[in-house]
Design a protein around this ligand. Structure first.
Ligand code: AMP
Length: 306
């Protein structure tokens, strides 16, 4: 069981209350790949320029991420510059340079095309569609996006959404996409556009999952030391999709467990700038935190307090 992911591979410059990092390894597909590799093999589809450092490539290869689908072309790697609000809940984009992504035409290696899971990480929806069209028949298609694409390429995004199984989206973007203001109304409107499940991420307030007739919410793991929240959404989706792919079971009970896997995975990612914490993450660390989270959030429904 493996996951194919298409998304950005980036050099990120990030400033927040804890400090700054210049041109660190980042990008939606990078955070996703490193985090999902804890659960299942991952195959990456993306493009970088010749300026992409060899040691960054090695960090992905260390976690056994299949890089056959990572093209290297003349030109500059994608760059993103962001600054966070003091509560670290919101990134303000100062600059986005698509660079080599502008002309990227993915051609998936044949061995990628039969994977059961496809994750369309945050990138141009046209590119997401091209990758989707090359896949044989994925059982599970996850999609992430952001305001940048909702504003610029809404029509293309709606085409992808029609063929998506699970949409991951943050609260503000869910409002922007649906034109609604209450969370339940946003979820209902988005469910009408195609996906079976919508996952609305609410930063430090946790996540909520919606299907027609089902709803579940989970808090964040609040004991994590929050240093940099970049990639929190991608690593959440990675834990979520990684768990489902590994289990090959898409029942509502499994989706709820997947949300907790995502929550725990993201809680490690935010403990460092760039990908450092994810890169070194061990399965026993994950398991320890899973048990701690269960203890923090479980309660008994009997006896009824009234
Ligand atoms: P997240 O914090 O999970 O929303 O994702 C942060 C990552 O998204 C950063 O590493 C950026 O390089 C990447 N990113 C930012 N803007 C874009 C964009 N317009 N398209 C693709 N990736 C982006």
């Amino acid at each position: 069981m493996s996951i194919v992911v298409v998304g950005s591979v980036a050099l990120d410059s990030v400033t927040n209350i804890h400090g700054k990092i210049e041109e660190g390894l980042g990008g939606s597909a990078v955070y996703f790949s490193l985090a999902a590799s804890l659960f299942t093999p991952v195959s990456l589809v993306a493009v970088v320029g010749r300026d992409f450092p060899d040691n960054f490539r090695a960090l992905l290869a260390d976690r056994k991420v299949d890089l056959t689908g990572l093209s290297v072309v003349p030109g500059a790697t994608f760059r993103w510059v962001g600054e966070y609000t003091p509560d670290l809940n919101r990134a303000i984009t100062l600059d986005t340079q698509l660079n080599v992504f502008k002309d990227f035409k993915p051609d998936l290696p044949v061995e990628y095309r039969t994977a059961p899971t496809l994750f369309l990480a945050n990138i141009d929806p046209v590119l997401q569609l091209e990758v989707l069209n090359q896949m044989a028949k994925p059982r599970l298609v996850g999609l992430d996006t952001m305001n940048f694409w909702i504003e610029r390429q809404r029509e293309d995004l709606m085409k992808v959404l029609r063929r998506t199984t699970i949409l991951f989206i943050n609260e503000d973007e869910a409002k922007m996409l649906s034109g609604k203001s209450m969370m339940l109304d946003c979820a209902r409107a988005i469910l009408d556009c195609g996906p079976e499940t919508v996952v609305i991420k609410r930063g430090a307030a946790g996540v909520s999952l919606f299907q027609k007739g089902n709803m579940f919410s989970a808090p964040v793991y609040s004991a994590a030391r929050v240093i940099d929240t970049t990639g929190a959404g991608d690593s959440f989706a990675a834990g979520f999709m990684g768990y489902l792919t590994r289990e090959d079971n898409y029942s509502w009970e499994h989706l709820k467990r997947a949300a907790i896997c995502g929550t725990i995975t993201a809680s490690f990612n935010i403990e460092s700038f760039s990908i450092h914490r994810l890169h070194g993450l061990r399965t026993d660390e994950f398991s320890g935190r899973w048990r701690e989270f269960a203890a923090m959030t479980s309660y008994t429904t009997t006896p009824d307090p009234l």
